[in-house]
Ligand binder design. Sequence first.
Ligand SMILES: [Zn+2]
Length: 231
Amino acid sequence: MEQIRNFGDERQVTSCVYCSGVTETRDHVPSKVFLDEPYPENVPVVPACESCNQGFSLDEEYTACLIECALAGSASPEDLQRQKIKRILSKRPALASRFSEARQQTLWGETSFAVESDRVSKVAVKLARGHAAFELIEPQREEPASVRVIPLLLMTAQDREDFESPPASGTSQSFGILPEVGSRAMQRLVGGTRSWIVVQPKRYRYLTSIEAGVIARMVLSEYLACEVRWE
Ligand SMILES: [Zn+2]
């Protein structure tokens, strides 16, 4: 896994990256519910207030369980791969039965799940805010211009190719849009590694860009693709 260097840029983000409240804690991006043990050593960490740090955990748990159930085509803990999700659903029967109810057969006979999409979008935006703050030193506390959440499988080939490629630099290479010296974006630019960063293989990868607005893309469990954009 890529070593993420500390380059003294913490100084630029001192308040909660989600709400600009007083920083009391540090939040992992992504949260551990999206990763398996043993955890990678270099999970990005951002400053967060207590209420943001705690406030998303149920939605994150929901999202992680949803992905696992969708991959297995089942909401029964015994059918799932990830130990952590098995444990969560075993301990929380209400959540498990919610997934069982959400389970439906589509016209093609494949299992799909009715998604509480506002919860998943909230998680996507939270993750994107964390990556923008950590990676680009560009905290984005405004509402994003767009949020897209879609299983990789449902993308067209062209769509997938666009999603996987770092956003094009466009026509202007003016200094105004170059990342700040010392920021991780600049380090990666100089190092030639401006592409996907794998936090844990098969579990979580992300990409950030400031070429055309602030963009963060995430892929969870090589299943769910998210893109959040700010103008
Ligand atoms: Zn906060």
